[in-house]
Write a protein that binds this ligand. Structure first.
Ligand SMILES: Nc1ncnc2c1ncn2[C@@H]1O[C@H](COP(=O)(O)OP(=O)(O)OP(=O)(O)O)[C@@H](O)[C@H]1O
Ligand code: SF4
Ligand SMILES: [Mg+2]
Length: 392
């Protein structure tokens, strides 16, 4: 017996050009906004060596200059007014993604990664608010676009893979319906052609029995299959920029590797730029050209991936790198960053990392350090990064 809710929803008219499709990759952003951003997946830290090998040549030092950037965000700040006060979820963040570049954003849970990219996509809803910032994509300030113009940008020009695949898919439509909506909307092709393209996209992410898969509802897929379907949908839009928020979270280790390789190879083929978010430094370090590291709502270090991995200048970043398990090490004890992630309602004064930092001086608790250049296109926000010790 068909579900009445499903049947009712299906009687809606087909989409018109410019109309929002039935899932979040294309633009159904209300669903995505409902996602609980605090969800985290399993760590992928146990396969760093093999993954780095398999994705040989990644993490190379491609230096992008902001002047050429495809996407550039400046002074981006987002606040949430909650019962107990104001959460400054994103605090004066600047970042850029160049053409044909894979950029990573990494940091502990709650540091503001998802909210940063939601602000870029103009997806911040009540009780959140963008309090400052400019986001320029291909020369246009996204903050100045109308909602209709912004819908055109989402999906067609910037595709997004959301952190929780299930909350980004419409539960009352089959994969085939959701795929063809998105593809037709962005590529202006027939529904039959769109379904063929959808099947190809599902094959590309190694989903089995793709014809049958197109007839299934999201809840009939495993978590990993949903994640891969989301990736396929995002990649099928032919966008110039892909923003992938924890794209491998729900996947097991071997599939994570396949997906990372897939994203990287499609990006190379299509010259698509990618901004990948992860809480996992090993994931980011192995696939990205450049890295942004966030801590307590701010970017604390950014630069070429290789340089950051080999020579981090901020003690927090150094801690993240030291906590990556290494097979080659005989020492089975895993290092960790002492202390706890700060309460977003009571952020520490001065450098927000000072209560956890082994190098803190009295000044660190008083004054917040700005990002300063510590190497070629390499910036760190630490009073000691440019000091006598050089590397902290
Ligand atoms: N709807 C909301 N209402 C209130 N606070 C929110 C809301 N959404 C996010 N926040 C807060 O904003 C901050 C940043 O959240 P965000 O989801 O960006 O973290 P994240 O770095 O993506 O973490 P994770 O790795 O767990 O996904 C957190 O303190 C979070 O509690
Ligand atoms: S500014 Fe001070 S507390 Fe902050 S990371 Fe640098 S040394 Fe540590
Ligand atoms: Mg997140």
């Amino acid at each position: 017996m068909p579900d009445m809710k499903v049947e009712r929803a299906k009687t809606r008219e087909p989409l018109r050009p410019g109309q929002a499709p039935r899932n979040s990759v294309g633009s159904n952003l209300d669903t995505a906004l409902r996602a609980d951003c605090s969800d985290r997946g399993d760590s992928a830290t146990t396969y760093r060596s093999s993954k780095s090998e398999a994705i040989g040549g990644l993490g190379k030092c491609t230096v992008a200059t902001e002047a050429m950037a495809l996407l550039q965000a400046q002074h981006l700040s987002v606040e949430f007014r909650v019962q107990d006060g104001v959460i400054r979820a994103v605090d004066d963040v600047a970042l850029h993604v160049d053409h044909n570049e894979v950029v990573g954003m990494v940091g502990e849970t709650g540091c503001g990664k998802t909210i940063t990219v939601h602000a870029i996509m103009r997806l911040i809803g009540h009780p959140g608010r963008v309090t400052s910032g400019k986001v320029v994509f291909k020369g246009r300030d996204l903050m100045q676009l109308s909602e209709a113009e912004m819908r055109e940008v989402r999906g067609r020009e910037i595709a997004m893979i959301f952190q929780k695949p299930m909350s980004s898919m419409n539960p009352v439509f089959t994969l085939g319906e959701q795929f063809s909506d998105v593809i037709c909307l962005h590529q202006r092709i027939s529904r039959r052609e769109a379904l063929r393209a959808a099947e190809k996209a599902l094959q590309a992410v190694a989903l089995p029995d793709t014809k049958a898969m197109l007839g299934r509802y999201p809840h009939e897929l495993s978590g990993g299959q949903q994640q891969r379907a989301m990736i396929a949908m995002a990649l099928s839009c032919g966008s110039q920029l892909l923003i992938a928020d924890e794209p491998t979270t729900a996947l097991d280790v071997s599939v994570q590797l396949q997906i990372l390789k897939l994203i990287r190879s499609i990006m190379k083929e299509t010259r698509m730029s990618t901004l990948i978010i992860s809480h996992d430094m090993s994931v980011i370090g192995s696939v990205c050209d450049r890295i942004y590291v966030m801590y307590a709502s701010r970017v604390v270090e950014h630069g070429p991936a290789k340089e950051i991995i080999e020579c981090p200048r901020h003690p927090y970043v150094e801690g993240l790198i030291r906590s990556i398990p290494r097979f080659e090490s005989c020492d089975s004890r895993l290092e960790h960053i002492r202390g706890e992630v700060p309460n977003p309602l009571e952020l520490p004064t001065g450098c927000r990392f000072h209560p956890r930092c082994g190098h803190a001086s009295p000044n660190c608790a008083q004054q917040m350090p700005a990002l300063v250049e510590v190497g070629m296109e390499h910036f760190a926000a630490c009073w000691q990064a440019t000091g006598e010790r050089g590397q902290v």
